[in-house]
Design a binder for this molecule. Structure first.
Ligand SMILES: O=C(O)C(=O)[C@H](O)CO
Ligand code: MG
Length: 254
């Protein structure tokens, strides 16, 4: 049966993170994930996870200064990028997170590529002893102009070059639909390298029961393919988060 993870970077953002975890549990989510939890004491998050029994699946490395969207592909920022990776691993260990999205940042060209590969090797090396998987995620140019990582093929090349078992692809159906189309075929093609899957309606990035992409079909396909990890609901609610959750019943494959 499909399971869902509430992305608390977008859902229940009006609540402090520990209360957002409680709201997600009360709404029936099987897991949570977040973007940048660093201002919330890890102990408060750990307590809320313990109290609700929900796992926190993933978090992101910091974006950096205003206007940046990560640090790891920025030539000449390697020290800060590795500090961000260490910070994410430290926080993840305190709350029991097993996946970290290492954000590339706004950059392009061969030097950025080499820097990203080097920082990912650093991240995978630092994470492996703690059972943590590193994720990279292609973002579409409409939402993340100038972002270094844009396509599945680019991500696959980087994963092959980094050559570490704990480096995986974050497959965000929303970004893939906007950049490359045919989400169903791409899911099947890239399944072996996927570490986490996220979704939102296309093109609005709202609840998944609207828009151009039929998520009942996508979730049924993932069920048939044997995907058994919670899928990340990373959408911007068009109303209050708690009143737009009917899709959890109507789209779930079982
Ligand atoms: O933007 C996305 O889709 C993400 O998943 C990032 O983690 C947040 O920027
Ligand atoms: Mg995403």
């Amino acid at each position: 049966m499909t399971q869902f993870s509430a992305n608390l970077g977008f859902l229940w953002t009006e609540l402090p993170l520990p209360d957002a975890i409680r709201a997600a549990a009360a709404a029936g989510f099987e897991a949570v994930e977040c973007h940048w939890p660093y201002e919330t004491p890890a102990e408060d998050v750990r307590m809320a996870l313990h109290e609700t029994g929900l796992p926190m699946l993933a978090l992101n490395t910091v974006r950096g200064d205003a206007g940046q969207n990560g640090l790891s592909a920025l030539p000449d920022r390697q020290e800060q990028a590795q500090h961000a990776i260490d910070q994410a691993i430290g926080y993840a260990r305190r709350i029991g997170v097993s996946k970290i999205h290492v954000m590339a940042g706004i950059a392009q060209g061969a030097k950025a590529h080499d820097t990203f590969v080097a920082n990912l090797r650093y991240a995978c090396g630092a994470a492996v002893a703690h059972g943590i998987t590193i994720l990279i995620e292609p973002l579409n140019a409409h939402d993340a102009p100038g972002y270094f990582l844009n396509t599945l093929a680019q991500a696959a090349n980087i994963i092959a070059e980094v050559e570490r078992d704990n480096l995986k692809l974050m497959f965000d159906c929303y970004h893939v639909a906007r950049t490359e189309g045919d989400v169903a075929s791409h899911l099947q093609e890239y399944l072996p390298m996927i570490g986490h899957i996220q979704f939102a309606s296309v093109p609005e990035r709202a609840q998944p029961d609207g828009g151009d992409l039929d998520y009942a079909e996508i979730f049924a396909l993932l069920d048939r393919l044997g995907w058994d990890q919670p899928l990340g609901a990373e959408y911007r609610p068009s109303r209050e988060t708690g009143v737009g959750l009917g899709w959890m019943q109507t789209l779930r494959a079982d």
